[in-house]
Design a protein around this ligand. Structure first.
Ligand SMILES: C[S@@+](CC[C@H](N)C(=O)[O-])C[C@H]1O[C@@H](n2cnc3c(N)ncnc32)[C@H](O)[C@@H]1O
Length: 321
């Protein structure tokens, strides 16, 4: 079963109104959804989304009878279309994303996410679309493999691993998770095998690539303004520094308005902030991290949509105004 991270904190950050309309963009096994539903009256609504067919089945069997609950299969990147189909564009009170994979995805060997259990090298969250990890590794160029391992996994042996993968796949394609995990473990010198399995970084990187995880977040952020109502909350729990960076930069840039180069000779900068951040980044307590290893890398950020009235900031241009 999946143990939800920052469960109470995330739901509290949504600042739930009992009759509001909320979106849980990463249903998983419904840990957060359940607590959101507990705070809603019979007039409140929760729209949940997940890419994973097993998550959808679980949602149907667990919350299917609840009139306040609706689940859509697909990516939160399409949140605008999902919300529009409910006639709720610009009227959503809060959206939650709890990123990454769920424990059942990691635990079931057949899903191909685990480097500890043997299964088909799949790694797709949505088993109905896209390329499996095995297909990608078989067809990608050496430089693409190197780039993915480096950018998403910060794997310092990315160049060597990519080269060896391309040599080996000519003889025998990578089909199973343990084959790839053991192959990578043999490439990385023993003195660099630390506490984590040597294939951890590569598996994480391939998973992020196969599922277009950062691309989906970017697409989601591009539409969140049109989804939320003024006063609506965005709550995101990230587990990877690249995810958190996207969220942090988005909130900052929406808070500040457009950047104006320092040497432009204008006195007033028109500013049109769309979001304000609510509090600082929140991390799980030591106690939560001790009880749940997944929590250790979690960071939660919260922002609220604001009216977007044009504000004028006084700006002292350097010299020549
Ligand atoms: C960490 S789990 C969420 C756990 C959930 N909050 C709970 O408490 O049970 C992440 C879930 O989000 C889903 N997911 C990840 N990226 C997604 C995306 N772009 N669109 C929709 N679902 C996604 C995964 O399939 C997984 O089920």
């Amino acid at each position: 079963m999946h143990e939800s991270v920052l469960l109470q904190e995330a739901v509290a950050a949504l600042s739930i109104k009992a009759d509001g309309f909320y979106v849980d963009g990463t249903f998983g096994r419904g840990g957060h959804s359940r607590v959101i539903l507990e705070s809603l009256s019979s007039d409140g609504r929760l729209l949940a989304i997940d890419k994973d067919c097993e998550a959808i089945k679980y949602a149907d069997s667990t919350f299917g009878g609840d009139q306040r609950f609706l689940i859509d299969h697909g990516s939160f990147a399409s949140i605008k279309a999902f919300v529009d189909s409910q006639g709720k564009l610009g009227q959503v009170d809060g959206v939650l994303l709890d990123l990454g994979v769920s424990s059942p995805q990691l635990d079931v060997a057949d899903r191909g996410f685990s480097f500890l259990k043997d299964g088909p090298l799949d790694m797709r969250m949505n088993e109905r679309e896209g390329e499996t990890a095995a297909d990608w590794l078989q067809n990608a160029s050496q430089s693409d493999i190197r780039r993915v391992l480096w950018e998403y996994g910060e794997e310092k042996f990315s160049g060597l691993i990519a080269k060896k993968i391309v040599e080996r796949r000519e003889q025998a394609p990578f089909i199973t998770t343990l084959d790839l995990a053991n192959f990578i473990a043999d490439i990385i010198p023993n003195k660099f095998h630390q506490k984590k399995h040597p294939a951890t970084r590569s598996f994480q990187a391939i998973r992020m690539y196969v599922n277009n995880e950062l691309g989906d977040i970017e697409e989601f952020l591009a539409s969140i303004l049109s989804v939320l109502k003024v006063g609506g909350r965005l709550v995101v729990i990230s587990f990877h520094s690249l995810e958190d960076r996207l969220i942090k930069r988005f909130i900052k840039s929406e808070e500040r308005g457009p950047k104006i180069p320092k040497n432009i000779p204008i006195m007033d900068i028109p500013r049109d902030p769309h979001f304000v951040s609510v509090g600082k980044a929140v991390k799980p307590t030591l106690k939560e991290c001790e009880g749940n290893v997944r929590a250790r890398s979690a960071v939660m950020r919260v922002a609220e949509k604001v009216a977007g009235n044009r504000m004028t900031l006084s700006y002292e241009a350097s010299g020549n105004a």
